[in-house]
Design a binder for this molecule. Structure first.
Ligand code: GAL
Length: 378
C-alpha cells in the first residue's frame, strides 16, 4: 500500500538527515518554492482573495498542531490574500466522530477548500467524498487521508522513521547488537504510523534486538506510559538498552515510567516533533533525540496549495506538488513532501533556535540553566 513514486527523487535518499533537510530548506531558500507564489502571474483565477479555507486538525495532545500548524497556515493565507482570506479552524480532539461532524459543518458552510489532518485516515474518506460531491477541493495535511483528495502535503514520513532508527543505532554503537530495544509505535489509525514504523524497522531490524513492540491508541502518552511499565516488568529495568518512541509526547511518558521504576540512568529514547519539553529533556540529557520537522515549510506550502487551488492558479499549484503518492484508495496523488532533521544536543542552535521556533530563553528556563550554560546555549 501507499508505494511512493516520487517524480522528484532527490529529497528522500540524500543520505544523512541533515543533508536531506538542507536540500529541502534550500528549495525555499533559493526561491524554487517561494519564488513561485505571491505574484500576480495567476492563470485565469476562479476566485478572488475573499476565500475561506477550512482547516481540520486532529488533536490537542501534540503541541505542534495548535502551536504551529494552525497559526502558520492562518498567517500564510492572510499574506497570500492581502488579509482578505479566512481560515475556519476545528480541532477533533482525537475523535474521528467529532472530526466527521466538523467536516460536515464545513461542507454545509460551503468553505472554498478543506485542509484535513485526519484522526483516522479511513474514517475520513466519506467526508472527503461528500466534499468532492459538493465541489469543494480537499487537501490532506500531514496524514494521507483516504478518499478522492486533490493533493497531499506532509513531511517525508518514512524518512522520519529512518532518522529515528539510524540515530538510535549510531548512539548505541558497538553495543547495538546486544541491546534490547522497546518499540513504542503511534496510533494505528494514523497512516503516518506505518510509514514511521517501516522507516525505523529498516534501520533497527538486524542491528538491535527488538524485545517488545506496542501500538499506541490516539498517540496517548498515558497509554504509552502503561505499556512502558509492562515492558519494564517483562524485560527488567536494567536490561532495556534503548526505547524507540515514535513521538515526543510518548517519549516523555516513557521517561516518566523509567524514572518511576527507579532508573538511575535513562537509556537512549527517541522522539518526534521537537516539542519544547522534549528539547528541554534533550538539553538535560534525559531524551536522546527528536525529529525536527520544519513546520513552517509544511504549513506555508499547505496554505499556498489551498489558495492556489481555489484561485485556479494551476501552474503554481503544480509546481508545488511535483511528487506523487498512492493511498489505499487513490493513485498518483500530487504531493509535496518536506524533509526532516535529527535533533540532538549537538544541533539545537542550528535547528529550532535558528528557525525561530524557540528562543534560547524559552528552552533555558531555571531548571535547565546549568545544562544550557554547559552546552553554550544562551
Ligand atoms: C503524526 C504527525 C506527528 C505527530 C503525531 C501525533 O501524524 O506527523 O507530527 O504529531 O501524528 O499526533
Amino acid at each position: 500500500m501507499n508505494a511512493r513514486t516520487p517524480r522528484i527523487a532527490a529529497v528522500r535518499r540524500v543520505g544523512t538527515a541533515l543533508l536531506a533537510s538542507a536540500s529541502a530548506m534550500s528549495l525555499t531558500a533559493c526561491g524554487v518554492i517561494d519564488g513561485i507564489g505571491g505574484g500576480d502571474s495567476s492563470a485565469s483565477p476562479e476566485k478572488g482573495d475573499d476565500i475561506t479555507v477550512g482547516l481540520l486538525l486532529p488533536d490537542k495532545d501534540t503541541a505542534r498542531f495548535e502551536k504551529f500548524d494552525y497559526p502558520l497556515i492562518k498567517k500564510e493565507v492572510g499574506t497570500l490574500t492581502d488579509g482578505k482570506g479566512k481560515v475556519v479552524y476545528a480541532n477533533a480532539e482525537a475523535s474521528p466522530e467529532k472530526q466527521s461532524e466538523q467536516f460536515q459543518q464545513m461542507i454545509d458552510d460551503q468553505v472554498d477548500v478543506v485542509l484535513v489532518d485526519a484522526v483516522d485516515a479511513k474514517a475520513i474518506a466519506s467526508g472527503v467524498q461528500k466534499a468532492k460531491d459538493a465541489g469543494i477541493p480537499v487537501i490532506a495535511y500531514d496524514r494521507l487521508a483516504e478518499g478522492p483528495i486533490d493533493a497531499y502535503v506532509s513531511h517525508d514520513n518514512e524518512l522520519v522513521g529512518e532518522v529515528q532508527g539510524r540515530s538510535l543505532v549510531e548512539e548505541l554503537g558497538d553495543k547495538a547488537a546486544s541491546s534490547k530495544v522497546v518499540m513504542m509505535n503511534g496510533d494505528p489509525a494514523d497512516p503516518n504510523t506505518d510509514r514511521f514504523k517501516e522507516g525505523a524497522l529498516a534501520e533497527l531490524d538486524g542491528a538491535v534486538n527488538i524485545v517488545k513492540k506496542y501500538d499506541t491508541t490516539k498517540w496517548s502518552p498515558d497509554v504509552a506510559k502503561a505499556n512502558m511499565a509492562k515492558a519494564i516488568a517483562a524485560v527488567g529495568l536494567g536490561d532495556i538498552g534503548a526505547v524507540y518512541s515514535a513521538n515526543d509526547g510518548m517519549a516523555g511518558a516513557v521517561i516518566d515510567a523509567l524514572k518511576e521504576a527507579g532508573a538511575s540512568k535513562i537509556p537512549p529514547v527517541t522522539g518526534q516533533d521537537a516539542n519544547l519539553d522534549a528539547v528541554q529533556r534533550i538539553v538535560a540529557g534525559e531524551q536522546f533525540m527528536t525529529v525536527y520537522k520544519p513546520f513552517l515549510q509544511e504549513a506555508t506550502n499547505a496554505a499556498k496549495m489551498a489558495v492556489y487551488k481555489v484561485q485556479g492558479r494551476d501552474l503554481e499549484f503544480d509546481s508545488l506538488t511535483q511528487e506523487s503518492v498512492d493511498s489505499p484508495t487513490e493513485d498518483d496523488i500530487p504531493a509535496h513532501l518536506v524533509a526532516v532533521v535529527a535533533l540532538t544536543k549537538a544541533n539545537i542552535e542550528e535547528t529550532v533556535i535558528k528557525d525561530g521556533v524557540y528562543t534560547a530563553d524559552q528552552i533555558c528556563t531555571s531548571a535547565y540553566k546549568a545544562d544550557c550554560e554547559q552546552q553554550g546555549l544562551e
